[in-house]
Write a protein that binds this ligand. Structure first.
Ligand code: FPP
Length: 247
């Protein structure tokens, strides 16, 4: 980690954790084993991200589209999230990790909703690393919910249609108050966003790495951060060569 220039460390890294099933298939194991190994990779990556000085780490744990999977796999993924929170919350809290959950939690069962809320409330005052868990999350659903909430305020006369600008929409998204991701990593060699942080990804650097998620860890994260440090970000502007070289 020490090799990395701290100025080039992204404030917010978001990861599409892909390839658990293929990792398991390649070993002749049931997909569930891949997801279980995936939780170990989550633990390692959270620690490595905190050590690297990343401020916000968002992990895509269950998408709005994952309901199309077999019921046994859905139950397994829900079980893993619950077990992770129950088992790891105390340690995450000790390490100063603040947990935040994004996604449509109101269609989740009450026991999980309560658990997620407890994790957020317990860790609310922490400031070491914000761990954002995207669960039952999809960008289109998130944007639709934000627009509905704005439309309700227009209908109630609280705001005018002309008040709806990019900032107003951003403030109603599940990610309100968080910086946009500087870097989005997807594992397993697939190269798409799959309905993940599409609004917030407007200027994110995208990185596609070949490792299946269970094989992701400290070394792969550091390698991604080193590649990120070589990227030039312009946010739509023209950067003068002298400035680009020096910053
Ligand atoms: C993608 O692999 C992975 C997921 C859909 C779930 C990710 C979930 C975890 C790592 C465990 C729970 C998370 C937390 C935060 C404790 P895939 O099944 O789509 O793999 P494939 O594309 O190879 O089939």
């Amino acid at each position: 980690m020490s090799k990395l220039n701290s100025r080039a460390i992204p404030e917010h890294v978001a990861i599409i954790m892909d390839g658990n099933g293929r990792w398991a298939n390649a070993r002749g194991l049931p997909r569930a084993f891949g997801h279980r190994k995936g939780v170990e990779a989550v633990r390692t990556t959270v620690k490595a991200a905190a050590e690297a000085g990343i401020g916000v780490l968002t992990l895509f744990a269950f998408s709005s589209e994952n309901w199309r999977r077999p019921e046994t796999e859905i139950t397994d993924l829900f079980g893993l999230l619950k077990a992770f929170i129950r088992r790891d919350l105390a340690e995450l809290h000790r390490e100063g990790v603040k947990i935040r959950v994004i996604g449509d939690r109101f269609s989740l069962k009450e026991d999980l909703r309560v658990l997620l809320q407890e994790a957020e409330e317990t860790t609310r005052g922490n400031s070491a690393l914000t761990l954002v868990i995207a669960f039952n999350y999809g960008s289109r659903d998130e944007i639709a919910r934000a627009v509905q909430s704005l439309a309700q305020d227009v209908a109630a006369g609280l705001i005018a249609p002309s008040d709806i600008d990019a900032a107003a929409i951003g403030a109603r998204l599940d990610t309100a108050g968080l910086p946009d991701p500087d870097l989005i990593i997807r594992t397993s060699g697939e190269e798409r966003l799959s309905n993940f942080l599409m609004w917030q990804a407007a200027y994110s650097e995208l990185m596609f790495v070949p490792e299946y998620w269970p094989d992701f860890g400290r070394d792969t994260l550091v390698a991604a951060l080193e590649r990120y440090a070589t990227r030039e970000r312009r946010f739509g502007a023209v950067v003068a060569p002298a400035v680009a070289a020096g910053t």
